[in-house]
Design a protein. Structure first.
Length: 123
């Protein structure tokens, strides 16, 4: 197990793969979901009794700060490139670019990941 430990990629950075050398650049990290589990969640013991075997997890969704940061990142890339890279419809990219609240979190994350990949290739 320890023999290949040094070959594990470092996902927090661009250029962190086991076969890459040079200076690492920080990667933007966005919280997908904030979940309280165990004793941090309100009434978890009561939820556990009611749920009968389901995990007592409270999900709060994406934070407005992360949403704004994703939109800033997305707006730095041309729309056509985003649509091609994310393999998503142009109308969805338009909705994301305008900051529409009707865009799902999954689509927003997908377009943000595409924008990050495009910007990483530019560097």
């Amino acid at each position: 197990m320890l023999r290949n430990f040094h070959r594990q990629p470092e996902y927090k950075f661009h250029g962190g793969s086991w076969n890459e050398t040079g200076v690492l650049r920080r990667r933007h990290v966005f919280a997908d979901v904030i979940e309280d589990i165990g004793k941090e969640s309100d009434g978890w013991e009561e939820d556990e009794a009611r749920a009968e075997g389901e995990d007592p997890v409270h999900s709060y969704g994406m934070s407005p700060v992360d949403r704004d940061r994703m939109l800033e990142l997305i707006r730095r890339v041309p729309k056509r490139q985003l649509a091609r890279e994310a393999r998503i419809a142009m109308r969805t990219v338009d909705a994301v670019h305008t900051g529409s609240e009707m865009v799902s979190e999954d689509d927003l994350k997908r377009v943000a990941a595409a924008a990050e990949a495009i910007l990483a290739r530019r560097h």
